[in-house]
Write a protein that binds this ligand. Structure first.
Ligand SMILES: [Zn+2]
Ligand SMILES: [Zn+2]
Length: 264
């Protein structure tokens, strides 16, 4: 059964990703305006009220900005961890009780023909998670806002057909940039974001024959640019004899309409 992936928006100014089969359509994060999400969905010929569920990774604004709006407008249930609910509840406006749903790291959640596996990620939010989304024969993993890489994360990412992986910054650009010291510390710290180099090395560690697409995402606007992220990761892969081509594709998500629609 075919599954579609589309990164509607990616980056420090907003994140939202669509994953859907013929029977089930979900969003992961809604960090841009409800209007932009609705427009992006209509470009896929999907109406807002066809969305079965919205999964939230964590409460930072770039992941929840439009969450309340689209839940109310299209009556969409929102799934998040207990910690994320507590931290985001007063930021997203009133949500109908029936649309408040909970996920737990390591406990799978089934929506029709899609199985969603939340996994804990180290990031400076209350109870942040990444999501692996499994359909009958494919696995798509959303892994951004990773402070650092743990063995558990490697395990969760392994065996994916498609990976939306954070390549947030170039370390030198952060160090030499104009951010105040505390912000540099935060970005580079163990609960901040991962660099282009870290993303490249991680890919070498988890490479499998199954992995066909990697979309680099959550790029910083100040400390990265798409060509640099792409080239850095490509160089690391090639040093490790991993070729980009017909069987393995590497792409970089842009700010808006950030990826192509990928169909597995
Ligand atoms: Zn965050
Ligand atoms: Zn973020």
């Amino acid at each position: 059964m075919a599954v579609k992936f589309y990164a509607i928006a990616s980056g420090s100014s907003g994140n939202s990703t669509f994953v859907g089969t013929e029977h089930t359509k979900i969003l992961i994060d809604a960090g841009i305006s409800g209007k932009c999400i609705t427009q992006a969905l209509s470009s896929l010929e999907i109406a807002g009220n066809n969305i079965d569920a919205l999964f939230i990774t964590h409460e930072h604004t770039d992941h929840i900005k439009g969450a309340g709006i689209i839940s109310r407008k299209f009556d969409i249930p929102i799934y998040a961890t207990c910690g994320t609910w507590k931290a985001m509840e007063n930021q997203i406006g009133k949500i109908a009780e029936k649309n408040k749903r909970f996920v737990y790291a390591q406990e799978r959640c089934i929506i029709n023909d899609i199985c969603i596996n939340p996994f804990a990620i180290p990031h400076d939010a209350t109870e942040p998670v990444g999501y692996s989304i499994e359909t009958e024969n494919h696995k798509i993993t959303i892994a951004t806002d990773l402070g650092h890489i743990t063995n558990d994360i490697k395990q969760k990412l392994f065996d994916s057909d498609l990976l939306l992986l954070e390549a947030n910054h170039d370390e030198e650009m952060v160090k030499n940039g104009c951010y105040p010291y505390y912000l540099k510390e935060r970005i580079l710290g163990k609960k901040g974001h991962i660099s282009n180099d870290t993303a490249g090395n991680l890919l070498c560690d988890i490479m499998s024959e199954k992995l066909k697409y990697v979309v680099l995402g959550h790029l910083s606007e100040q400390n990265n640019y798409p060509r640099l992220a792409y080239q850095t990761v490509k160089n690391i892969l090639e040093k490790n004899n991993i070729k980009i081509g017909k069987y393995f594709q590497l792409d970089t998500a842009l700010k808006y309409n950030s990826s192509q629609v990928i169909e597995l």
